[in-house]
Design a protein. Structure first.
Lengths: 174, 288
């Protein structure tokens, strides 16, 4: 067999093998997709139903400028509908990392602002309490209550800030 | 040429052909279409689809995309009003009810990309040609009158879901209790079969339908891109608490879309991304 024919035959065989492998891969993907659909259907059959009772009732308000009613949020099961969203939000790993970093920075900035605001508020109320004459006056009691509330808010914000900074350290955020 | 050299050349040639075949198959993306990112613009108790021309008649809505959307918006005003989308050809109006966390407003302003709009082929069968979205088409997903999750078909059928985000996260039929990422994402999936005649309908829904088994129903025979909106809310890393909406409990979730895309670029995207089987990525340039 001349070498050119040998070459041609080899190329043809290689291409055919590549095409077959792609087809097999597609088939296995199809099978996997079918299995996943079946799995989701099975989960759907067994899924608990959420009722109004579970959600704490509460009819929605209607019309303009509705004040949102308070509804308890239950620990939510996975979406188990007959026709689930087939394509959830997909971001590349890098996009997801960037977006989460951005969200972390946003939260850090907001929380730092809160800490500043509550610190200033605590200082203002403390000065006010110290300066109020009439040791047992109702105004003083009210301000002490406000001061205690502001201190609690400050403590919460500081705790959140610490958690965020800890998260940042663990994930290598800056 | 020595025999050894022939073998090497042959192998390289075959490998190149294999790579070409694989590449061409990969180009037939699993999710043909594109993504446009849009930002929150303003809030108002207006709804140009449900209450056109009546200011303050609706519950409070958060508007995304079109900068001037209000009760008096028209195709002309929307076209001229500018957009907060990163693709300047998308002047569409997207809006959803205002969201509250334990009674406190949370604006859809997490990260610099507040919302991602996925335009996809969706579950439509191979071989079905997707048509462009008619200019001025209006549609709604969800039910603001729902008095239970089951009454909101969007939630019951997984067309509206909640998750922690951005990105990967489990879709839930109710808001998550807590998000380590600090971001909660609400997803809305619009119908993608049009009746071919009406740009709107009395209930703002019946001119549209969802595909079934990869095809549009005979009553709504025109397949258009499936729009999935992912709206991001910065809810913090602490327990989220009770999530409600200006329309009522979380299960009153709904979203409106008014197509104000420039028609020619939209058609280009539909043809060159969706119908060409390509995932064109986020905010693709129109260089096809």
């Amino acid at each position: 067999m001349p070498w050119t024919r040998w070459c041609g035959l080899t190329i043809f065989m290689s291409a055919a093998l590549a095409a077959i492998s792609v087809e097999l891969r597609a088939q296995s993907l199809n099978e996997a997709a079918a299995k996943e659909r079946e799995r989701r259907r099975e989960i759907g059959k067994a899924a608990p139903k959420i009722t109004d009772q579970d959600l704490g009732g509460g009819r929605p308000s209607r019309g303009a400028a509705v004040v949102p009613p308070t509804v308890s949020t239950v620990a939510a099961p996975q979406v188990t509908a007959a026709e689930p969203a087939e394509e959830p939000e997909r971001l590349s790993e890098e996009e997801e990392r960037q977006d989460r970093l951005e969200a972390w920075r946003q939260m850090l900035e907001i929380t730092r602002d809160e800490v500043k605001q509550f610190t200033a508020e605590v200082e203002r109320l403390q000065a006010s309490v110290n300066g109020v004459s009439g040791l047992y006056g109702s105004a003083r009691a009210e301000r002490i209550a406000q001061l205690e509330k502001a201190k609690q808010d400050l403590a919460t914000s500081r705790r959140v800030l610490e958690e965020l900074e800890d998260t940042g350290r663990r994930r290598g955020y800056r | 040429m020595t025999r050894m050299r022939k073998v090497v050349v042959t192998s390289l040639g075959a490998a190149a052909i294999g790579v070409l075949i694989l590449t061409s198959v990969s180009a037939q993306a699993a999710s043909p279409g594109w993504i446009t990112s849009c930002n929150y613009t303003h809030s108002a108790p207006d709804d140009p689809i449900v209450f056109p021309g009546v200011a303050g008649a609706a519950h409070l809505h958060d508007f995304i995309g079109g900068k001037t959307t209000d009760a008096f918006s028209t195709l002309a005003s929307m076209t001229a009003g500018g957009t907060a989308c990163d693709m300047p050809d998308d002047r569409s109006g997207y809006w959803a009810p205002a969201l509250y966390k334990d009674g406190m407003r949370v604006l859809p302003k997490a990260t610099s990309k507040n919302a991602l709009l996925y335009y996809r082929r969706g579950s439509m069968k191979a071989g079905v040609t997707i048509q462009t979205i008619p200019e001025g088409l209006k549609m709604i997903v969800g039910n603001h009158h729902a008095e239970s999750p089951a009454e909101n078909e969007g939630i019951a059928k997984g067309r509206i879901s909640f998750k922690c985000g951005p990105g990967s996260g489990t879709n839930l039929p109710a808001p998550p209790a807590q998000c380590d990422s600090g971001v909660m994402v609400v997803m809305y999936m619009f119908p993608s079969c049009w009746d071919g005649a009406r740009l709107d309908s009395a209930d703002h829904k019946s001119h549209m339908a969802y595909p079934s088994s990869g095809n549009c129903p005979a009553s709504h025979p025109v397949p258009i891109p499936r729009i999935e909106a992912f709206i991001r809310y910065l809810v913090g890393t602490q327990p989220i608490g009770a999530v409600t909406m200006s329309s009522g409990p979380y299960y009153s979730a709904h979203m409106d879309f008014w197509n104000i895309w420039k028609p020619a670029p939209l058609k280009l995207l539909v043809d060159n991304c969706i119908n060409a089987g390509r995932d064109c990525g986020k905010n693709p340039p129109l260089t096809f």
